[in-house]
Design a protein around this ligand. Structure first.
Ligand code: SF4
Ligand code: SF4
Length: 270
């Protein structure tokens, strides 16, 4: 188990994660839309909240000017998530004591102070520490970081493919070198720009919402006339939809090529 909780949530000055606070649960969770939302919240909070009693003003103002329509009803979109810094590199809790001269204001949150302060998401349990540290080195922006960190299948399957291709476990230090970082970043960027990505707003990775509950999606390989792909879990994480078998083969080739390029570069370097 990876116990580096603080490292995964706020790993460095260049990025952080806010996924469990509902960051990606807005019907428009595009990067541009979230930047506007988080920027305004930070400014509004700084302008309106001078003492704990002012939080209500901030909350009212935020609910009155933002669209809180969620992608999934069961996940709360927290109004206190915002940019933590002027440079807008880190997203996080505006009620956190580090943002408020040591005062913990999370008592007024939807989940309550105890839950907000103590939550440990499954990524801490299921992503091995060396893979989490590698991810931190590869990804340098909050939007992509949170999306990938919380997609356990995506992370674990990719690092497994890389390890199998080079015949050993990867050390995080490998990703200090730009050549490896670049190839891995190409892969993780597919979480945003994958050519076969479903555009349905109720779809997030392998999950979709049918109007009453959220369920795990699947690819109908029989309809495509193909066996289940060895990249199936990655395809699901990337919200893939294929119109036909050639599209699926193109997708497989993209993944295969990425892994092969990594292995070739690794053999030259090590
Ligand atoms: S989703 Fe996990 S890593 Fe992200 S902020 Fe929540 S607990 Fe931290
Ligand atoms: S109050 Fe809780 S849910 Fe809201 S941003 Fe802070 S930690 Fe996240």
């Amino acid at each position: 188990m990876n116990t580096n909780l603080t490292v995964l949530c706020q790993p460095d000055e260049n990025k952080s994660c806010g996924a469990c606070c509902g960051l990606y649960n807005y019907t428009d969770s595009s990067c541009a839309s979230l930047v506007r939302r988080l920027r305004e919240r930070r400014r509004r909070f700084r302008r309106l909240v001078k003492a704990p009693g002012d939080i209500g003003c901030y909350t009212d103002a935020t609910f009155s000017c933002e669209d809180f329509t969620p992608r999934y009803e069961v996940i709360y979109c927290c109004e206190y998530l915002g940019f933590l810094d002027e440079t807008e590199k880190r997203v996080g809790c505006l009620l956190h004591p580090l943002q408020n001269f040591g005062l913990d204001l999370r008592t007024c949150s939807f989940y309550g102070q105890e839950t907000c302060a103590g939550h440990i998401c499954p990524s801490h349990h299921f992503i091995p520490a060396n893979q989490a540290q590698s991810l931190i080195k590869i990804i340098d922006n909050w939007y992509l970081y949170g999306l990938c960190l919380t997609d356990i299948d995506l992370v674990v399957c990719y690092f497994r493919l890389l390890a199998d291709s080079i015949g050993e476990e990867l050390k995080p230090e490998v990703f200090d070198e730009e050549v490896f970082k670049k190839i891995a970043r190409e892969f993780f960027n597919w979480k945003i720009n994958w050519p076969f990505r479903s555009e349905e707003i109720n779809r997030l990775g392998k999950y979709y919402f049918d109007g009453s509950q959220y369920m795990i999606s699947y690819i109908d390989y029989a309809k495509l006339g193909r066996e289940i792909s060895s990249y199936d879990k990655i395809f699901m994480s990337l919200s893939s939809v294929f119109k036909n078998a050639p599209e699926m083969e193109t997708a497989e080739n993209l993944l295969r090529d990425n892994v092969q390029r990594f292995a070739a570069a690794y053999r030259i370097r090590f």
